[in-house]
Design a protein around this ligand. Structure first.
Ligand SMILES: [Zn+2]
Ligand SMILES: [Zn+2]
Length: 186
């Protein structure tokens, strides 16, 4: 991904680096909202709301977050059900719909820069609904026992009956086999 798609002031980038994991990479990042679009954001002493898209997740950082207040919001590509980019007089509006157990939500990023918005949309459309390997962030399927890219074990199998187990299970639901950390990764 081109470096120019990352629109971050160096001081903001430094703060964001602290929440980025090892092997996680920022692909697209930009300030959004009318305020950010009106002013030349890079020369301002204040920070604006930011949308960050990495190879692992979508991160939303409100301007308060940069001042040490307010929570970071993020979600994986797995929960994305729709992505849309609408043209506006000032930039574009990026819409991301998510579906989780706690409900559906539509995230709206108004006044997003056009080129970055287009790149983000194309990437998210490709990745939406996909689960990623927790180690290398490449797409995997729910039934995989191993990651085909980095060889990480994704699930354990029951030592008694051989069925695949989720990592937070404490008993095998197929045969009733128990053991310490039965579903844990080894
Ligand atoms: Zn992997
Ligand atoms: Zn079993």
């Amino acid at each position: 991904m081109e470096k120019e798609l990352i629109k971050l002031r160096p001081e903001d980038e430094k703060k964001i680096k602290k929440i980025i994991e090892e092997k996680e990479e920022i692909l697209v990042a930009f300030p959004y909202g009318k305020e950010a679009f009106d002013k030349s954001w890079s020369n301002q002493p204040v920070t604006f709301n930011h949308l960050i898209i990495t190879n692992k997740r979508v991160i939303i950082l409100k301007k308060e977050w940069f001042q040490g207040e307010g929570e970071m919001q993020d979600f994986p590509f797995e929960v994305i059900s729709a992505v849309e980019l609408r043209d506006q007089v000032m930039g574009s509006t990026l819409l991301i719909r998510t579906e989780t157990e706690s409900g559906n939500y539509e995230w709206t990023f108004k006044n997003s820069p056009k080129k970055e918005g287009e790149t983000a949309t194309a990437f998210l459309k490709k990745m939406m609904g996909k689960a990623l390997c927790p180690r290398c962030f490449k797409p995997i399927k729910a039934e995989f026992l191993f990651c085909p890219y980095c060889k990480s074990r994704l699930k354990n199998t029951c030592p008694f009956c051989g069925q695949s187990l989720e990592s937070d299970w404490v008993i095998c639901p197929y045969c009733g086999g128990k053991g310490q950390n039965i579903g844990k990764e080894v």
